[in-house]
Each structure stands twice: as structure tokens, then as C-alpha cells.
Design a binder for this molecule. Structure first.
Ligand code: GAR
Length: 197
């Protein structure tokens, strides 16, 4: 049984997709042991609690320095005894120590086809605004392992999504989530859980 710790910052629709896929049996051999958010008010925490999943907030606002927050975050992850950490819309730069200790054991979902529209400053809606500004006709999402860089780790899965005329950042974000993110993140977890990666 693969034990996963899911880290979230906001609405948690990707977390929901993971929980739904476990319920539906499209992710097998997997248990969510903890959900961690840097934002106490993240709706994702409510989603976890309503499923009876252990949900904790580790907010930088509660720590005097970034180092203390980093230590608390790593401690919360370690305490979960997870085999895999899943960043599902986690908008925090991970502590280097965590990246080193969990090498090959952290995956992230990014809402573009890496290497387009990724790296520092590209997160959430901003990614889709940049895609529209550039005028690409195809975008998508990427699941990748996390290394020391920003969105630079080995790619696990990608899925393309068409940009439609009349799209704004919000409609594009929604389509990328529905057609790509909510599919490839559960799929990647299932592959890792069942040794088919
Ligand atoms: C998702 O679109 C995810 O790909 C993105 O944040 C959103 C979170 O939505 N992540 C990044 O931009 C990371 N660079 P959710 O809370 O509804 O899953």
C-alpha cells in the first residue's frame, strides 16, 4: 500500500480528483495518510476532513522565520510516514532539505506543457495568462518529479489541451484541469503505487 501525503494551498480540486479516483478504484493500492496546507483557510482542508483524512495547516504566518516554517513543514511530512509526497497545487518553495531527503519521492502537477510557461513566477492563473499572451493553440498539464529547480525534474506524464478562441485565463484553467490535471495526476499516482512507471 502506497502511503501518500498531499500538499495543497487552495481549492483542492486536484486533491478531490485523487480522492475520487481512490473511491472509484482507478487508483489502487494507495492511501492518503495526510493532507498539509500552508493556508489555514484552504478549502482543500475541508475536502480532506469531510473524507475523514488527517488534515493539518502549517502556515508561515505562525513561524518567526522561514527556517522555522521549513522545519515544521518537513516535520509534518515526516510524521505522516508517507512513501510519496504529492504537490497538488502547493504554492510553496520546498525546503532544500526536504527535496534532498525525499529525492524521487515528490511529484508535482503543473498546469502547462513543461518546458513552456513554467519556472519561477509561473503558477495558478498566471500560467494560463502567459499561454494566452503568447497565443499558443495547444497547452496542457505535466506531472513531474520534484528536484532542486523550479519545474525542472523528470517528466512522468503530460496531456495536451486545445486553446479555444474566446478563452480567458479562467476558462482555459478550467479546461486544463478537467481534461488534463484531474486525469494525469491520479494516473501518475496509480503508476507509482503499482510499480508500472
Ligand atoms: C492547479 O491548476 C495546479 O496545476 C496549479 O495550481 C492549481 C491548484 O488548483 N499548480 C501550480 O501552478 C504549481 N506551479 P486546485 O487547488 O484546485 O487543485
Amino acid at each position: 500500500m502506497l502511503k501518500i501525503c498531499v500538499c495543497v494551498s487552495g481549492g483542492g480540486t486536484n486533491l478531490q480528483a485523487i480522492m475520487d479516483a481512490i473511491d472509484a478504484g482507478t487508483i489502487t493500492n494507495t492511501k492518503i495518510v495526510r493532507v498539509i496546507s500552508n493556508n489555514k483557510n484552504a478549502f482543500a482542508l475541508e475536502r480532506a476532513k469531510s473524507k475523514g483524512v488527517d488534515a493539518v495547516a502549517v502556515s508561515p504566518k505562525d513561524y518567526e522565520t522561514r527556517e522555522l516554517f521549513n522545519e515544521a513543514l518537513l516535520a509534518a511530512v515526516k510524521e505522516s510516514e508517507a512513501d510519496l509526497v504529492v504537490l497538488a497545487g502547493f504554492l510553496v518553495v520546498l525546503p532544500e532539505k526536504m527535496i534532498q531527503e525525499y529525492k524521487g519521492k515528490i511529484i508535482n502537477i503543473h498546469p502547462s506543457l513543461i518546458p513552456s510557461f513554467c519556472g519561477t513566477g509561473y503558477y495558478g492563473l498566471r500560467v494560463h495568462e502567459a499561454a494566452l499572451e503568447r497565443g499558443v493553440k495547444v497547452t496542457g498539464a505535466t506531472v513531474h518529479f520534484v528536484d532542486e529547480g523550479t519545474d525542472t525534474g523528470p517528466i512522468i506524464l503530460q496531456k495536451a489541451v486545445e486553446v479555444l478562441s474566446g478563452d480567458d485565463a479562467k476558462t482555459l484553467q478550467q479546461r486544463v484541469m478537467e481534461q488534463a490535471e484531474w486525469k494525469i495526476l491520479p494516473q501518475a499516482i496509480n503508476m507509482i503505487a503499482n510499480g508500472t512507471l
